[in-house]
Design a binder for this molecule. Sequence first.
Ligand code: FES
Length: 636
Amino acid sequence: MPLFQIKFMPENRIIQVESGTTLLTAAAQAEIFIKSGCGGKGTCGACKIVVLSGAPLVTGTGNLTPEQLAKGVRLACKTIIQGDMTVEVPPESRLQEHQVLLGDTQTGLLQESEHDLLEKFGHHPLATKQRIVLSVPTLTENTSDWARLNMELRRVLKAGEKPIHISFSVLQNLPETLRKADWNVSVTLTDLESGFVVTHVETGNDTPLYGLAIDIGTTTVVVYVINLLTGEIVDQQGSYNKQARYGDDVISRIVYAVESGEHLQEIRRAVVETINELIDKIFSRRSIKPTDVASAMVAGNTTMTQLFLGVDPKYIRLEPYIPTMSAVPPVSAREVGLHMLPEALVHCYPSVASYVGGDIVAGTLVTDLANGEDIILFIDIGTNGEIVLGNQDWLVACACSAGPSFEGGGITFGMRAMPGAIERVVIDSETLDVSLKVIGKRLPVGICGSGLVDCVAKLLQAGIIDRAGNFQMGHPSGSLRLRATDDDKEFVLAWAHQAGGQKDVVITENDVKNIIRAKGAIYAGIRSLLNMVAVDIEMISRIVIAGGFGNYLNVHDSVQIGLLPDLEPERFEFIGNSSVKGARLALLSQAAWREAEELGRKMTYVELSVGATFMDEYVSALFLPHTDLALFPSCH
Ligand code: FES
């Protein structure tokens, strides 16, 4: 296959690529990440690039206009390399670094709530290190090396009847290691219910012992390094999931992965590479050796977990939507390819169903939902809204598709919560003048999920939209902000000269309708679960909201538009990235990990697509705040 030279601008980065490669793939090879909402099908138009020189084969142009085509604009996923090229990747087509939700804790001690939970469960990490001094074998005391070590470990660990296993590769090196260390060794072990596993034997030393808490999100990946001996957070790092090059959502990734075994491996490698880069950055900053990292705990949704392990995700998206496994057996770091002690065990949070995954089980654990009589509602809001309801006696869970609106998808000026995103909106009801709060104190270039919720609430309050989300033209103020275009109606949040872009930043009637559909799905999911277990909204003592979007959400506005139930603000609590918090807790406490495994088994999954309840609730929720105003007494 001939190789061609592709130059990416403005980086001026040159790579050699095989003929027949798409520009989308070539860009990823050059470490330039281009948006690919549809996973390369040529339908979303997100991957626009400009061909500055060269004559590629173009297999599709999607919705590109004749003017764009004349300027050299092409879809990277439908542009096939067949010669040298120079290509410009415009800023709007790039995945950009944004606020990756690391949680509130940076380094040092755990947050108070996490610390309390750790005290409750007990600090007893999954991996430990033991200093062992063995007697030297003689002609008369001639037990084998492993029996000698096993016996001493059994005594030190007070192992009783619990078996002690040794990883094969550790066994292979054991004779040399013991003798080189003069029979004075440090042994790293993982304590599983089924027995101890020796994962490393080295010369006796007092080096620290670390673990990795990993949250694999569809969009972002976060890694925390934890000192297993002290329980302290050593460092953390987050970035985009490199799988984003295969599509923005889980469905596009599944579609790509199931096309061939090679694709599955490619998409698996992308996330492993993401994690390893994060690990390497922390290790070099903190001078940590991979061999000092003895344990990893991964929390992610069901698809992310299967893709991380290279398990075929095909049946997740086919009715009746069956994941391959709920509980995940531990695997070695060597098998999955993580940069840590090769035989260290990597644990993955169990999934409940195809669309209620380990991240939700982790969130349920840190919410401490299953340990009291009070009924608690846990919601993780993103593209999917995952909802868990219950107490110590029962737990039910469901997932509803909210669509990408809350993450900025399908909204004219939608964007993720990153610098330049509008996160708060105030509209003067008389003049329609606008004040904005923008992330990073930058000029506004778009609006993120929390800003959209705020904006729709303020549009309703100012009489700019009615309860169905229809724009009410002819506002008495005569403000030029409210205007009709050829195919929609819109309200100007920031004029072009005040905004960071070249156009006015607007919210359209169509955007408002998308938000109403998204909030309607979440609220309908909550109501469906409540109906199923015959629990009244008033009976919920606490509503715990997780996720990047949830972290910045305004409760008052969320109730006003009917996204969240109309309860006193004191009952709401935001816990940020509960997935990684659950990973940290389980890494540090065997009892917490056992409870997490139990939670996975205990949760009853409710499939909302069965029966008419969800649809009825959804249709009723397509108003602001709801068709039934009696459910929202504070809103009228
Ligand atoms: Fe290229 Fe969607 S159009 S990735």
